[in-house]
Design a protein around this ligand. Sequence first.
Ligand SMILES: Cc1cc2nc3c(=O)[nH]c(=O)nc-3n(C[C@H](O)[C@H](O)[C@H](O)COP(=O)(O)OP(=O)(O)OC[C@H]3O[C@@H](n4cnc5c(N)ncnc54)[C@H](O)[C@@H]3O)c2cc1C
Length: 503
Amino acid sequence: MAVETRVTIIGAGIIGAAIARVLSRFENLQVYVLEENYDVGGGASRANSSVIHPGHEEDPDNQPLRARLCVEGNALWRKWCWELDIPVKWAGELMLFERNEDEKEAEKYLEWARRNNVPGVRIVRGEELFEIDSSISRNIKGGLHAPTAGLISPFEAVVALVENAVENGVRLLTETRVKRIVTRNNNVVGVETSRGLIEADIVINAAGLKADELSHSAGVEPWFRIKPRKGEYIIFDKDAEPKPTLILHTMPTPLTKGVYALTTIHGNLMIGPTAEDLPYESKGDTSTSLKGLDQLVKEASRMLHRTPPRSKIIKFFAGLRPEPPDGKWLIKAYSKPHGFVNVAGIRSPGLTAAPAIANHVSSLLREVYGLKLVEKKSWKPFRRRITTVNEMDYNTLDKHILENPDYGEIICFCNNVSKAEVLEAIGRMLAIGVKTITFDGVKLRTTAGFGKCQASRCRIRIALLISEATGTPLHSIIVKKASIGVGGVKTLWAESKEDVEND
Ligand SMILES: Cc1cc2nc3c(=O)[nH]c(=O)nc-3n(C[C@H](O)[C@H](O)[C@H](O)COP(=O)(O)OP(=O)(O)OC[C@H]3O[C@@H](n4cnc5c(N)ncnc54)[C@H](O)[C@@H]3O)c2cc1C
């Protein structure tokens, strides 16, 4: 048996999760993932445009690493989605321009496509535009078509990676906040956490927005600061039209790749993001604004031949991009302190590049620390997603109900999610090591509560199932971060119960 190297990954976003999966292949590594939240995937990896970018929007001169890992990541996701049963749609994308002058700018991206080896990119004009996607506005003059763009459910991707990594021996510790990196004589010896010291030989910092603070605690890159850049989105009800077949977006700006109009993997029209730089200290500000809403509706009307009424909006949310100085990802394994690895400031296209970033990090461990990584013979590449009633025909559903009547009991009527799916989601959360089962965790794994009524009806039913499955009192069930799940009434109920008990 080879000597084990203890590796601790900070952060269970898409980057930490992808690294965990890649490192789970090696029998001489003992890998821990530490996450401060109740669940995995709660940072930028949950609230983004969900696009697997082709790579033609990455500047090969100024951002060569981003360009290379984006293109590699796009190719790797095809294999990873198949192995891990992650829903994905290879829709292709169109960067739209309204004025003939913009075609010059589009030609720049065409050239970048050539230099970055992105296949099939070309300019489309006139009637052909409307033939490939009839939802496009007639004011659009042309577009840059990139056929290799894809759409994924980013949260489901994190969950799939973590489930697979845990099945292959990685340990996840949620509700574990890393306070600082602990070093001795210029060597990493572990991390100080909210649960005490966790010893490690190698610490990989994939803490998203807060990766700069942890890097400073290790004594490296004091100049490196991550700025939160907010992006707001609106999602329309499933019956709202139009539903673009391609991933449409406006021309990129210095702050963002443009505003997207796309049909999500779950079939809703989504518009966004905006781009607004926030002060450094606003790393928790995911508020939404009327200004943002107005901008998104305006951008949608530039791209689409018609925009659904605002009354069809069912969700308005924001994500925070971890924006590094000059947009440059900081991926580096240090010799001082030996064993500290930064995978920091991973702004867009971080979701796309995640598998390639993970392979790159594993190569750094070999090259910089001389690790001889030994492949596990028993490594399991496959994982299946939750069986859903929505994807069954009547005969299959009938068979499932005969075996397990919970498939016949619908919990979320908007999205047709059964009790069996909710219970499976709870079981899977417990299996990866989630200690506090949140309503949000179930919602994001099953889509229950994501429909028109936004969980008005199913929240209490899901909270009851969590309560029964885990023995947690109903009034203590957490929605996302706090126990306000069943509204003020729940708190009142808990308080009045206390009053009665105290009488
Ligand atoms: C608006 C927006 C749109 C985007 N669109 C796209 C897109 O379409 N395509 C694309 O490829 N990319 C896109 N991106 C970029 C992509 O989302 C990010 O690059 C990626 O999610 C970064 O992942 P991460 O794991 O580094 O960070 P995160 O997902 O933020 O994960 C970091 C994790 O670390 C945890 N953590 C932080 N501090 C600590 C601590 N001290 N102790 C323990 N845990 C800690 C956090 O809780 C979090 O779970 C977009 C980003 C945004 C915000």
